[in-house]
Design a protein around this ligand. Structure first.
Ligand SMILES: O=C(O)CCC(=O)C(=O)O
Ligand SMILES: [Fe+2]
Length: 367
């Protein structure tokens, strides 16, 4: 028989003891517990995208950067960065076998008994490089997110192979390296368009902190009442995301354009072998608002559990982020104040997911 939880023992079971949403679902649930029911304005209606929109979502063949198509490909990357803040890439250089292996490794990790995963819970993890958890900031959220995750911070190869979980360390490390190389090329194009030649010290400053997460979204009896991840933008420069074939990743259109009208939510459809790239707040700030960090969220499903694997490429904590001076001069003013990325990050993790509110930390409000 399905268990009944009161609010205290549910929180303890799922969050504190590390059973996660998966542990709760595995007990057999016919209805989502109240703690997971989102307010009406946060729920995600299944939107059937019109075929027309699907076609115009940017899917970019990255191999074109190496040949005569370079300028056209660069233009598509820039346009996506200026409008949706989201794009998909194919022919990105990561072997399909690696992508499949990572998804397999994510399932292997989450399918373990809770006691194997909970060793990495915040506060008791044997290493600061690995953290396992559920939802985003469960202590503060009014409604919890239907998601378990593991986060693996990169310092160097030896540390990764020593401390990251056995089920996924090798593939996650390879994914991190290959994706970082690809993302550098994209950043090069985006910065070039702002009049900046990307050098190694800049790559190190803006993408010098790297972490790979593995997200697990168990099947949900009431997808219409819950969210897998609530509305947010990512904080860093670029995120490279591998999603499986289940679907459910939605992005909010920032401006009227080819892909939809301002305020509409559109789905980033799973494309076998493709990778999703999205821009984070850092690039919106550096570009003085030219590039858009994308507000996105994830729907749950009742049919199959979903995995996704984002690589977050974010500035080092001691790096100052602010609009590039030449842009401020050109624009005759600045939209954002300069701040230390470490401070930006602390603020980001201290707040619940609330759309692009994270940017307010750096925004200059007109008086
Ligand atoms: O699962 C996804 O598709 C996206 C996850 C996400 O947005 C995140 O982890 O920041
Ligand atoms: Fe995200």
């Amino acid at each position: 028989m399905a268990p009944t939880f009161d609010s205290v023992n549910l929180f303890d079971f799922v969050v504190k003891e590390g059973n996660g949403v998966k542990g709760m679902v595995d007990l057999g649930l016919s209805k989502v517990p109240d703690q997971y029911i989102q307010p009406k304005n946060e729920r995600i209606n299944k939107i059937n995208m019109e075929a027309e929109h699907m076609k115009s979502l940017p899917v970019i063949d990255l191999s074109g950067l190496d040949g005569p198509q370079h300028d056209q490909v660069a233009e598509s990357l820039i346009k996506a960065a200026e409008t949706l803040g989201f794009l998909q890439v194919v022919n990105h250089g990561l072997p399909i076998e690696l992508l499949e292996a990572i998804k397999g490794a994510a399932h292997l990790f989450f399918n373990q008994p809770a006691e194997k995963k909970s060793i990495y819970l915040k506060g008791i993890s044997p290493t600061p490089l690995v953290k396992y958890g559920t939802s985003f900031v469960p202590e503060k959220e009014k409604a919890l997110e239907w998601k378990d995750y593991i986060s693996m911070i990169y310092t160097n190869d030896d540390d990764a192979l020593k401390h990251w979980p056995d089920q996924c360390k090798e593939v996650a490390l390879e994914f991190l390296k290959e994706s970082t190389n690809m993302a550098k090329r994209i950043l090069e194009v985006l910065m070039g368009n702002l009049g900046v030649t990307l050098d190694d010290s800049m790559v190190d400053a803006y993408m010098g902190t790297k972490f790979v997460n593995m997200n697990f979204y168990p099947t949900c009896p009431n997808p219409e009442l819950t969210v897998g991840v609530g509305r947010h933008s990512d904080m860093g420069a670029l995120t490279v995301l591998l999603q499986d074939g289940i679907g459910g990743l939605f992005v909010k259109v920032e401006e009227d354009g080819d892909v939809g009208r301002k305020g509409e939510w559109i789905e980033i459809p799973p494309i076998p072998g493709a990778l999703v790239i999205n821009l984070g707040d850092t690039l919106q700030i550096l570009s003085n608002g030219r590039y858009k960090s994308a507000e996105h969220r994830v729907r749950t499903t009742s049919t199959q559990s979903r995995v996704s694997v984002p690589l977050f490429l974010v500035p080092k904590p001691d790096v100052k982020i602010g609009p590039l001076p030449q842009l401020v001069e050109k624009d005759g003013g600045t939209q954002y104040r300069e701040c230390l990325f470490g401070e930006y990050m602390s603020n980001f993790f201290a707040e619940t997911h609330q759309g692009k509110k994270s940017l307010d930390f750096a925004k200059i409000t007109p008086v």
